[in-house]
Design a protein around this ligand. Sequence first.
Ligand SMILES: *Cc1c(COP(=O)(O)O)cnc(C)c1O
Length: 337
Amino acid sequence: MIDFRSDTFTRPTPGMLQAMITAETGDDVFGEDPSVNKLEARMADYFGKAAALYCPSGTMSNQIAIKVHTQPGDEVVCSDLAHVYIYEGGGIAFNAGAQTRPIAGDRGMITAAQVKAAINPDDVHKARTSLVCLENTSNRGGGCIYDWQEIEKIAAVCREHELALHLDGARLFNALVATGQDPKAYGKTFDTISVCLNKGMGCPMGSVLLGSETFIKAARRIRKKLGGGLRQAGFMAATGLYALENHINRLAEDHAHARQIADVLNTKSFVSNMLPVETNILIFDVSGSYTPATFVEALQKEGILVVAISPTQIRIVTHLDITPDMVAKTCQVIAAL
Ligand SMILES: *Cc1c(COP(=O)(O)O)cnc(C)c1O
């Protein structure tokens, strides 16, 4: 099967498996796993942050960050398409007891003016606005990349109003490879960042949360409370160390593959409203000779898996396990539809 459903379907490469079985490990709840400590130090250094925390999933990293940044009853400003709002099981309410102020942005990206307008006044009727969450790349926005100037403007609004600024950087490496930006600019601008290792980086699991020493100390306590303190996590952290060495620059291939498939799709009358293809995600409408359901079926018959993400939309995600041959075959199959 050629699996385009998500970049989470990757299998560890032989090199990654080798890194796992030869990993030095210890008990990470005691802070004694050398591979986890090394991964945390490398990631902190890479993004220019003081400290890092290895977490089982991106959802847990985000939820821990939100919990540490807020008090129950506070309000979190984010896009109405944000993963933290629509895909984390209501976790903001469940874990932090905070509420969300979802903003209709452009493909999941919000502006500094929108953030400023969403900040509640100091009034007992109103929830206290304490945190802004951005997502880069934006998953539901078709892997789009924030305009850096806008991010800096949002950061300035947050500083002015003493709000924390968190980045859901599940696919931040995709944005960095596509733009050639310095990762340390992100570390400087955001108070905290969560970065997934289980997406484009090709690891079986894991995410790293980045922040100040004080923040990470608090985050470590929350991770324990959520049951996310793992023992010999180094076997998994080793996959992250391997990916940092081997899987960052190759993301450009995934982006090129996505554009190749988009070019063929765009010649088809049943495809419309394709979101601009900036990284490794394609989102488009299917109508006319196919519905999203019959399109999924037609590709499945050819051994190609894609996913319908709404009654009108299909999503295709390229990743480490998609080879040039698979892309060529997919383009052929689509061209023949
Ligand atoms: C995948 C993803 C996450 C976290 O997902 P996990 O499966 O919990 O690791 C967070 N944010 C975005 C935007 C994502 O795409």
